[in-house]
Write a protein that binds this ligand. Structure first.
Ligand code: ARG
Length: 269
């Protein structure tokens, strides 16, 4: 799972506005450190055997390094994100890349945070709402991508995207999540899936511990969440911990910087 990723670069990564509680315009990323940090993530993906596709960032798009919000992709179809106004300028670049690479691109009619609020888990799509994704997107995603949507509501702007609160470690088998980040009904829904659930404390989740990429063998995640890392290792996973302090100034971690291009199609004939 998740072996083909679309990444951009940190060439123009800045904090020009504050659209999540982690962003402060007076705390700017160090340019060189951010570029190195991002390259190290790419190097780690390649070392894990993942293929990297690349779209160049644009000077007027300071958040373009966070490609996860661009869309959610399954098979040859992509449902584009519909981000806050501050990030709208990114869309044409991603749209163009997807069209050039033969994806059938569907525009989102309502606010939608792309893969930030859409975690593929086999034939399920764990879909966030309550912050940047309008609930009306759920039926659109289900239809366009043939997923069974599992709606999960995050309870505060701290969890402005679901990929800060929940992580798919092994589809159908293991999820990790921060219980406090979800409302009661959503917690119940997650437990009802019958998978192994790793609980992550607010403290580690707020350091973007859950913003990880797992292919079921290697988990690429941020440093600074030793408890989650240990839980993953106990389950036999290879864990690669990376420094993400510069990306964190934009409110993101490892997973935010990659859009998955190879979510498997339905297993049924
Ligand atoms: N500064 C970006 C924003 O607020 C960070 C996006 C992180 N992406 C994610 N998938 N959580 O939109």
């Amino acid at each position: 799972m998740n072996k083909v990723l679309l990444v951009s670069d940190a060439a123009y990564f800045r904090v020009d506005y504050e659209i999540n509680p982690y962003m402060h315009t007076e705390v700017q990323p160090d340019h060189t450190a951010a570029v190195v940090e991002h390259l190290n993530i790419v190097v780690a993906h390649r070392a894990a055997g993942r293929r990297i596709e690349y779209v160049a960032s644009a000077p007027e798009c300071p958040d373009m390094v966070f490609t996860a919000n661009a869309a959610v992709v399954r098979g040859n179809r992509a449902v584009l994100g519909a981000p806050p106004p501050e990030r709208k300028a990114e869309l044409p670049y991603f749209q163009e890349w997807l069209i050039e690479h033969d994806y059938d691109v569907v525009e989102a009619p309502y606010p939608f945070s792309g893969q930030g609020d859409a975690l593929a888990c086999g034939d399920l799509l764990l879909t966030g709402y309550g912050q940047r994704t309008d609930r009306r997107m759920h039926s659109i995603l289900a239809r366009a991508l043939d997923y069974e949507v599992v709606p999960l509501r995050t309870v505060s702007p701290r969890w402005y995207d679901l990929d800060l609160a929940v992580a798919v470690v092994e589809p159908g088998r293991t999820l990790a999540y921060c219980p406090e980040a979800l409302d009661e009904q959503s917690r119940r829904r997650l437990r009802g899936l019958g998978m192994d659930l790793i609980e992550v404390a607010v403290e580690e989740a707020a350091r973007f511990a859950l913003n990880l990429i797992s292919d079921g063998t290697t988990v690429t995640m941020t440093k600074g969440a030793p408890r989650l890392a240990a839980e993953l290792r106990v389950r036999g996973l290879q864990v690669v911990e990376l420094d993400t302090t510069e990306l964190a100034k934009g409110g993101g971690g490892v997973r935010c910087t990659a859009l998955t291009l190879d979510n498997p199609l339905p297993a049924r004939p």
